[in-house]
Design a protein around this ligand. Structure first.
Ligand code: ADP
Length: 506
């Protein structure tokens, strides 16, 4: 019998969640969604690995070890627990319990998916297969069986596979309590699928019939995300436009066919933003608070940003901000590619300033350092900094995201909330969240371009700078319009609630 959907038991299965482990937007999304669902009255728990970076001293150790049948034997781990710290306002919801699977052999090392010497750990498929299986064993251990197992991205994609072919089907004598459990798979980035040698599959202890029935086969390799897509009750990604785009070969990363096959179960739900952390009214990283009806603080943030980055302190010159992982996905070739990227000519030809924060591919870091040394109006911090990211969002006038693809994107929404106008490629979640400037009517919240080319980026930045100097009132109106948008997780959580309901009551 389907459970009552008024108060669901939801288990988030994830490799990342703030404040414990983060490499990108996934970590923000999982925690914020969990808190927002808890606020709607659901009982939400999170399960994730305990990496070296997660301090055990702050966690509570559960009694006894967790045995997970795998690889023809049993893997043992400890389990730790903590209550997810709730942001202001979120405390009214149920507390979110987080469990950490502490397996020394698999997770007792630096790095979540890899390190500088081994960017993708060779045993990743085993590490995360073990993690997925331990989600079920943990439920048994604590005698708590979820209505919904919500798996995030390829590291958790075997959860739907285990559920469908084993845990729910009742192969093991212990099963039965997952009989009414449904699985949801959220794809935060289709570019990462977890493709490994198929010999690793034997470690799951599932039969080879399952390997083919679950569609894990991928040109004689094992594709974890593909298995999750085939087996999950419902699948979604993090914006409606990205859901549409991924159904075609151009954005489907070879899984467009698998997604089309699940078409009626596949949808897009826009991520929200953490409005407690990203709010210019109460952002501790900004020199002064500000809001749509009192923008004085934004000028102070701009001044602080210019000072911090060593740019000339000048309120009149527009500042373009950018924060990103330096990967091909973010359009860095077209922007920073040596000799052909447009960053150099943008800064040389236009009366603007550029503040960059990020790290990633070595060639790009070199190029960015080189631009910093050659251009007085281009300054960069290579590295990761919460503080600087807030200062850029608050202090910049424009925010550049020339992404090749962008499942949702957070920074453009932070920018809108901070009255910083996004200049973005018309793709994925960027297209869902930013409305293009119409210079006849003054409408819009940012500047969009279709082609990913150095010329398009150059021209669109040029257009935004032209508007800055020539259409001041449009710029001010666009800022206010952006700041009034509602990107709260509450809205997204209501949509996830509907998705859960439709999976539970097909
Ligand atoms: P992705 O998940 O593809 O990296 P998103 O825009 O969805 O891109 O989310 C990235 C998140 O990581 C944002 O919260 C962004 O501010 C943050 N971030 C990325 N690079 C840095 C950095 N160098 N310093 C601080 N925050 C960063």
């Amino acid at each position: 019998m389907a459970p009552s959907t008024s108060r669901l038991k939801i288990l988030m299965c994830t490799s990342e969640a703030v404040p414990y482990a983060k490499t990108g937007g996934l970590a923000d999304a999982v925690s914020a969604l969990a808190l927002a669902l808890a606020k709607l009255g659901h009982e939400v728990r999170i399960i994730m690995p305990r990496y070296y970076g997660v301090n055990r001293e702050k966690l509570e150790k559960l009694e006894g070890a967790l045995g997970v049948p795998m690889g023809g034997g049993e893997q043992w781990s400890a389990v730790y627990a903590a209550k997810m710290p709730a942001k202001s306002g979120a405390s009214r919801g149920n507390p979110v319990q987080v469990y950490f699977i502490d397996h020394e052999g698999f997770f007792g090392r630096d790095g979540i998916y890899g390190n500088a010497f081994e960017p993708d750990f060779l045993d990743n498929s085993r590490r995360f297969a073990f993690f997925c299986r331990s989600c079920f064993q943990l439920c048994r251990k604590i005698d708590w069986y979820p209505d919904v197992m919500h798996a995030h991205d390829w590291p958790a994609a075997l959860v739907p596979v285990f559920l469908k072919y084993g845990e729910r089907r009742g192969i093991s004598s212990e099963t039965g309590s997952f009989a009414d459990t449904v699985s949801i798979l959220t794809i935060h980035n289709l570019g990462y699928q977890g493709i490994y040698g198929k010999d690793n599959f034997s470690f799951t202890s599932l039969g080879w019939d399952v390997f083919y029935q679950a569609g894990l086969d991928d040109w004689n390799m094992m594709n974890l995300l593909k298995g999750g897509i085939n087996c999950a009750g419902k699948i979604n990604t993090v914006s409606p436009n990205y859901a549409r785009e991924t159904l075609s070969p151009g954005h489907g990363f070879r899984l467009d066919g698998a997604l089309r096959y699940r078409g009626s179960d596949y949808s897009g739900i826009l991520n929200g933003i953490d409005t407690a952390t990203w709010n210019p009214r109460r952002d501790p990283y900004l020199p002064a608070p500000y809001a749509a009806d009192d923008m004085a603080g934004k000028a102070k943030a701009k001044e602080a940003l210019q000072r911090k980055f060593g740019l000339r302190e000048d309120p009149e010159v527009p500042v373009i901000g950018m924060i990103c992982r330096l990967t091909e996905q973010k359009g860095i070739g077209e922007l920073f590619g040596p000799a052909y990227g447009s960053a150099w000519s943008i800064c040389r030809d236009m009366n603007l300033q550029f503040a960059f924060l990020g790290s990633g591919e070595t060639w790009a870091e070199h190029e960015i350092r080189s631009l910093s040394s050659r251009l007085p109006n281009f300054k960069a911090h290579i590295g990761y900094s919460e503080e600087l990211s807030h200062l850029i969002e608050g202090g910049a006038d424009f925010f550049l995201m020339p992404s090749r693809y962008e499942p949702c994107g957070l920074n453009q929404m932070y920018s809108l909330a901070y009255g910083t106008l996004p200049i973005v490629r018309n793709t994925g979640g960027l297209a869902d969240t930013v409305q293009n400037y119409n210079q006849d009517t003054g409408e819009g919240t940012g500047f969009l371009f279709d082609d990913l080319s150095p010329g398009s980026i150059y021209n669109t930045v040029g257009w935004a700078v032209w508007a800055w100097y020539n259409r001041k009132s449009d710029i001010e109106a666009m800022r206010i319009r952006g700041m009034k948008k509602n990107f709260s997780w509450h809205k997204s959580a209501l949509e996830y609630q509907s998705l859960y309901k439709s999976a539970l009551n097909p």
